[in-house]
Design a protein around this ligand. Structure first.
Ligand code: PNS
Length: 173
């Protein structure tokens, strides 16, 4: 059985990520979406929220035969350790543009050095999602912009309530 792990911050998951999950699940028997708890990065949504949002997005927006192959875990520490722990031999990552390539290549080399039995497999982000980034989606939501078509409904819903809270914040003006 081929098992892959798709690590990331997913703060929040976008349609770009979800498309990679779906395509990876058509290639591998199992895809483990691994949500990083990164104490160095201030996240909008905590890990429990991110996991719940991803769970809803997968359940609501992926075909059941695909969703069946996907599970979600949280991790901290090294991606390769999480991969070993879950029996994954492949790390999945998406590439949007050349600007992603350098960092991703370096991470793939580091991971292979740390764990020679684990290979990284890249999926080219679908053209229609190539412009998406979690940070920019958050910025748009922050200023009341419409994020429909950029993120799954479960995310859009959560961003709308966060934006409503922000707009009620007198310090934000
Ligand atoms: O979605 P992101 O934030 O681009 O994902 C980055 C991620 C989680 C893949 C990367 O930061 C990572 O693997 N972090 C875990 C720590 C680790 O293994 N570092 C060494 C990789 S070279």
């Amino acid at each position: 059985m081929s098992v892959s792990i798709y690590p990331g911050s997913f703060d929040p998951i976008t349609y770009g990520h979800l498309d990679i999950v779906e395509r990876a699940a058509r290639v591998f028997d199992r895809v483990i979406v691994a949500v990083l708890r990164n104490p160095r990065k201030a996240a909008l949504f905590d890990e429990a929220d991110r996991v719940e949002i991803i769970r809803r997005a997968i359940e609501e927006e992926l075909p059941p035969e695909v969703a069946r192959r996907v599970s979600i875990v949280r991790f901290d520490g090294l991606t390769v350790e999480a991969a070993r722990q879950h029996g994954a031999e492949f790390v999945v990552r998406g590439l949007r543009a050349m600007s992603d390539f350098e960092t991703e290549l370096q991470m793939a080399h580091f991971n292979r050095k740390l764990a020679p039995g684990i290979d990284t497999v890249f999926f080219m982000t679908a053209l229609e999602h190539a412009y998406l980034s979690s940070s920019l989606v958050k910025e748009i939501a922050r200023f009341g912009g419409d994020v429909g078509g950029m993120v799954p409904a479960a995310v859009a819903e959560r961003l709308r309530s966060v934006a409503a809270e922000w707009s009620g914040d007198p310090a934000v003006g």
